[in-house]
Design a protein around this ligand. Sequence first.
Ligand code: IMP
Ligand code: MG
Length: 180
Amino acid sequence: MEEVTYQGLTFEPYIRREEIAKQVHRLAQEIKRDYANENVLFLCVLNGSFIFAADLFRACDLQDAEITFIRFKSYEGMESTGAVKQIMGLSEDIAGRNVLIVEDIIDSGVTAVQLRKELDKGKPKSVKMVSLLYKPEALTVGKAPEYYGFAIPNKFILGYGLDLDGLARNLPDIYVLKDK
Ligand code: IMP
Ligand code: MG
């Protein structure tokens, strides 16, 4: 795996697709165990988590599972703006349902807190979150996701759905910004 360049910045390989697949599989086993015989609505937070959500949803192969989508935007370039914009809302009625939020990464936690607050208004039976990645050092509000694949240092990464201004989501592996 080689280095990649976007917008004049160099990124080096960080998490290989095989390692990602292994964690997706592990998370799926835990989710299947915890939601056995329960109806669960996967809530994919666009855009970043669409690839992870597709892999995880298939790996879970639960009988009584549905998936839907919501869209938030908080990042500009490599910085969280701190202000989260909801671009596409939720169309489902979630009253009395188990909602499992699927995120690509928990960074400041701002998106997660806003989303949980929003969902609570719909009176769900339960709300949990699964995030492929989690940056504990960057968390300023809220809590750790109930399930996560990798805890990583506070560095900018891309690939496997994660972007730099819309680019690099199609890389099958995850890359990290190279130190100068
Ligand atoms: P938070 O609201 O600060 O937790 O940010 C969450 C969102 O910011 C994630 O869902 C990502 O879309 C984006 N994000 C956070 N860290 C990174 C990163 O290292 N690379 C690319 N996108 C990121
Ligand atoms: Mg996101």
